[in-house]
Design a protein around this ligand. Structure first.
Ligand SMILES: [Zn+2]
Length: 58
């Protein structure tokens, strides 16, 4: 049997993965598959949008 993540030989300790890293990767896949992917909210450089007023346009 080989690791489902990287296809290297499985380590009995981390079955069915080859290492803890691959086990973690698989776990992360599970989590991101069932929950929303966490988005960092710190890098927002965009200026706030002006209010969308429905004034007389034309
Ligand atoms: Zn692996």
């Amino acid at each position: 049997m080989s690791c489902p993540i990287c296809a290297r030989p499985t380590d009995p300790k981390y079955k069915p993965f080859c290492s803890r890293r691959c086990a973690d990767i698989d776990l992360a896949k599970w989590l991101t598959g069932s929950y929303a992917i966490p988005v960092p909210e710190e890098d927002e450089d965009e200026p706030p949008l002006p209010p969308d007023d429905d004034g007389p346009a034309h």
